[in-house]
Ligand binder design. Structure first.
Ligand code: FPP
Length: 245
């Protein structure tokens, strides 16, 4: 067996904002000859644990990609199972946020979602909005190009109405029209399951983030895997395009 060095957690640099592309639920299920929805269910359990672990480690924002604008192309059965899972998850979240002081925010285009899901989203956002613990950001029916398109539409109508002068538009103006307005950009992006692409996730916001890819399938991702990702992040040298001092 390979000797693995024990990571000294006291030396870790904890990223304020971690974003995760939770990939590999289907493969996890296939390996066990289970239906894909069993993989998603196990993925939801892994997520619940990771939010708690991240909060305890001092992460302030955790953003996860739960359903993309492209995921509607999956079978109706799988899409329905995922929507059921999200609805149940958000329902449980209301109770959890009261106990753990977590704030929940959902990003993505909502009008295409089921009405019960929209109600749950509104409820959990409203009940948790003044909480001061970790902010959990859930991306549902989210696509970065869709988000940017919607932002440009809103911005243009403000320009048309005379509320915004085109000369005054800067990067902060654009950020403020995105779904993630008021959320700082991620410091670390993690993608599980060995895939190494962004898949239309937070294209604007990830401009200077560190990327970490792991072969671990999402349902198997746990505190140890998170520590490994944060350890890799700790060793990186972030220069934001500038020179090393
Ligand atoms: C990618 O795995 C995962 C998804 C498209 C869904 C993410 C959803 C969860 C982790 C479930 C729970 C989330 C919440 C918020 C309750 P995949 O199906 O593409 O896996 P594959 O690439 O192995 O087929």
């Amino acid at each position: 067996m390979l000797f693995q060095k024990k990571i000294d957690e006291s030396k870790l640099k904890i990223p304020a904002h971690v974003a995760i592309i939770m990939d590999g639920n289907g493969r996890w299920a296939k390996k066990r000859m289970l239906p894909r929805k069993a993989g998603h269910k196990k993925g939801a359990e892994a997520l619940e644990e990771i939010i708690e672990d991240a909060a305890k480690l001092g992460v302030k924002y955790l953003t996860v990609y739960a359903f993309s604008t492209e995921n509607w192309n999956r079978s109706t059965e799988e899409v329905d199972a995922l929507m059921d899972l999200f609805a149940q998850y958000l329902k449980d979240c209301v109770e959890r946020t009261n106990k753990n002081n977590m704030r929940v925010k959902v990003i993505g285009e909502r009008s295409r979602l089921r009405s019960d899901l929209i109600e749950r989203i509104n409820e959990v956002e409203e009940t948790s909005k003044n909480n001061t613990g970790i902010t959990f950001v859930l991306a549902v029916n989210y696509g970065s190009r869709d988000e940017i398109t919607r932002a440009v539409r809103k911005l243009s109508s403000n320009v048309k109405d005379g509320a915004i002068n085109p000369e005054e538009i800067d990067m902060d103006t654009i950020s403020s029209f995105l779904d993630t307005a008021s959320i700082p950009d991620p410091d670390l992006l993690i993608r599980t399951s060995g895939e190494e692409r962004l898949s239309n996730f937070l294209l604007w916001q990830l401009a200077y983030s560190e990327f970490y890819f792991t072969d671990c399938l999402w349902p198997d991702f746990n505190r140890d895997e998170l520590i490994k990702a944060i350890y890799a992040y700790t060793k990186r040298d972030r220069r934001f395009g500038g020179r090393k001092k």
